[in-house]
Every structure is written in structure tokens, then in C-alpha cells.
Design a protein around this ligand. Structure first.
Ligand code: PBG
Length: 324
């Protein structure tokens, strides 16, 4: 058989495959989500996230030191707030001595180079488990945005490098940018969860923070998974309002959206390989149905191929070990 072109030539050996690989993972790609708890020497495995823990601050600081030593460059902090601190204003979110603020300071003190991103949304502080303030059964937009601005400024004050609003209220990126500017935080970045979909795959995360909505669902603020063009609208608006990085979330069921957004914007794009995606790989691997290590690298590489510049993932440490 005579063939002018044989595509298998470039797949012949590990060397040539590595030479022509289009998407490459490196430790610089990863953002490590951390769940932080009150107390000392507390390490709680999250039931629906085998191998992932909610740690007290002392343990977290040790972990972050190790992560930095491994080559990981950034973390994304979530805290589990005590029930008695939850209310419908979310005011604990901007308490300067709150767990989030203490965590930012302690981690910055211990590992100053680690790039600290923080979750901005009211759900861990809300007695209703919603990302915003509730009035007559509705999650009200504008009052919530005022709260998110206070929350963001308090994170910046504590030393956060970048705030990451995950709430999906309208106009919050512009308002947070204005708040940061007016308070003199001209070096604090904003990573906007721009295309965040109302997803069933957040379940394990809500276990981790005990933050499941007390009534209804999040469909009046998070996006409908039927929609694609709307994601571009959200991302473009967030860039216009001052986002430094835009995010797509969840990851795996939304690779098409990652590519769409990547093609539409000129800022870096991140993707969140969320808790339910982690749980699926872990569960299948536990049953011996897939090879966990291979599944991790294939999944993470698919994000790069789709166009993601950064990947928030619970597999960050595993991936760095597998890559080295
Ligand atoms: C809430 C928030 C959620 C996640 C990050 N921030 C859950 C939700 O919107 O209910 C999910 C992350 C994950 O599932 O890994 N502001």
C-alpha cells in the first residue's frame, strides 16, 4: 500500500509523542482548593471525597509548606464556619478575626510566596446555605453584592493575593474592583467564576463545608446547563468589569464551554475540576473499574486541551507526583 501521509509516524515512540504533544501539564497549572476547619490538630476526611480532608489551620499550614516545596504555586481557600456564626447577613464573612482572615494571615506568614486565592460567596456563612442574602424566599442581588465587596476587602486586608467570587450575583466583579481600588488594594486580583453552572456535581463540596442550601436550589443565580452562548456573555461582562482571570465550573461536563470562553477572551481562563468529578474517579478506582493515576492525568490534560490556562483540582498533589 502506498500512502502519501502516515499519521502513525508521529505516534511511533515515547520520544516522538512527547516531542509533538500539544498540551502539557505542569505544576504551574494547578490551584489547590483547601478546606479549613476551626480547632487544632483536626483532620476530617470528607465522606464523599475519599482521600481529601478538612484540616485545622495548624495542619493546613504544614500542608501548604509541603505543597510549595513540591512546586505548587497557588491555593484556593474555603473555610467551614461554625453554625452559631451563620445568619442571613453573612457578616462573619468579613469578620477581621474570622477563620478565613486568620487562615490567610497564617499561611502568608509561613509561606509568603504561595499565591493565595480566596472563595468569595456567602454560602458557608448563610443560615440558609445560599450564596446570597435571602428575602421572602428570594436571593437578593444588590444587597448581596454589597456584602461580597466587604468580604473581598477583608480578604485583601488579611493578605489575599486574589479573591474568587463564586456567587454568580450580577455586577459583583465591577463592584468588588471598585471596592478594592477605593481601599487602596491595587494589587489584589479577581478570579471570577464567570460561567458557573447549577450542577449536581457540587454535592461532595457541600458535604465538606456543610453548606447545602436549606431550601430550593441555586438555579436563580447559577447558570442553566443547557446554555452555551450565555457563558460567553458572562465571561465578557466579567472581563469588562475588571476580572483578571475568568473561570468555567464544573469542568469535565463543560469542556466545550472552556473552549468557547478561551476563544472569546484575552485574559487567562481557569476551570474547576470540582468535587463530584473527583468523587467519580475515586469511586470507580476504588471498585477497580478504572486506573486512578491514568484517569487523573487524562482528565487534567483534557482541560489544557480544551483551553484552560489554570485548573483548580483536588488532584493537584497527585498530579505533581505523577508528573515528576
Ligand atoms: C459555593 C461554591 C461551591 C463550590 C465552590 N464554591 C458550591 C456551590 O455553588 O454550591 C463547589 C466546588 C466543588 O464542588 O468542588 N460558593
Amino acid at each position: 500500500m502506498y500512502l502519501q501521509r502516515r499519521n502513525r509516524i508521529l505516534r511511533q515512540s515515547p520520544a516522538i509523542r512527547a516531542m509533538v504533544a500539544e498540551s502539557i501539564l505542569t505544576p504551574n497549572d494547578f490551584i489547590v482548593p483547601l478546606f479549613i476547619d476551626e480547632g487544632e490538630n483536626v483532620k476530617t476526611q470528607i465522606a464523599s471525597m475519599p482521600g481529601y480532608y478538612r484540616n485545622s489551620l495548624d495542619i493546613t499550614v504544614k500542608e501548604v509548606k509541603e505543597m510549595w516545596a513540591m512546586g505548587l504555586k497557588s491555593i484556593l481557600i474555603f473555610v467551614k464556619s461554625k453554625d452559631e456564626l451563620k445568619d442571613n447577613t453573612g457578616k462573619e464573612a468579613w469578620n477581621k478575626d474570622g477563620l478565613m482572615q486568620r487562615s490567610i494571615k497564617a499561611i502568608k506568614d509561613a509561606v509568603p510566596e504561595m499565591y493565595i486565592m480566596t472563595d468569595v460567596a456567602l454560602d458557608p456563612y448563610s443560615s440558609y446555605g445560599h450564596d446570597g442574602i435571602v428575602k421572602d424566599g428570594e436571593i437578593v442581588n444588590d444587597e448581596t453584592v454589597e456584602a461580597l465587596v466587604k468580604m473581598s476587602i477583608s480578604h485583601a486586608e488579611a493578605g489575599a493575593d486574589m479573591v474568587a467570587p463564586s456567587d454568580m450575583m450580577d455586577g459583583r466583579i465591577g463592584a468588588i474592583r471598585k471596592g478594592l481600588e477605593e481601599s487602596g488594594f491595587t494589587k489584589t486580583g479577581i478570579m471570577a467564576y464567570s460561567a458557573k453552572y447549577a450542577s449536581c456535581f457540587y454535592g461532595p463540596f457541600r458535604d465538606a463545608l456543610d453548606s447545602a442550601p436549606g431550601f430550593g436550589d441555586k438555579k436563580t443565580y447559577q447558570m442553566d446547563y443547557s446554555n452555551r452562548i450565555e457563558a460567553i456573555k458572562e465571561a465578557l461582562m466579567d472581563v469588562e468589569e475588571g476580572a483578571d482571570i475568568v473561570m468555567v465550573k464544573p469542568g469535565l461536563p463543560y469542556l466545550d464551554i472552556v473552549r468557547e470562553v478561551k476563544n472569546a477572551v484575552t485574559v487567562p481562563v481557569s476551570v474547576y475540576n470540582i468535587s463530584g468529578e473527583y468523587a467519580m474517579i475515586k469511586a470507580a478506582a476504588e471498585k477497580g473499574w478504572i486506573n486512578e493515576d491514568k484517569a487523573i492525568l487524562e482528565t487534567l490534560t483534557s482541560f489544557k486541551r480544551a483551553g484552560a490556562d489554570l485548573i483548580a483540582t483536588y488532584f493537584a498533589k497527585d498530579a505533581v507526583k505523577l508528573l515528576s
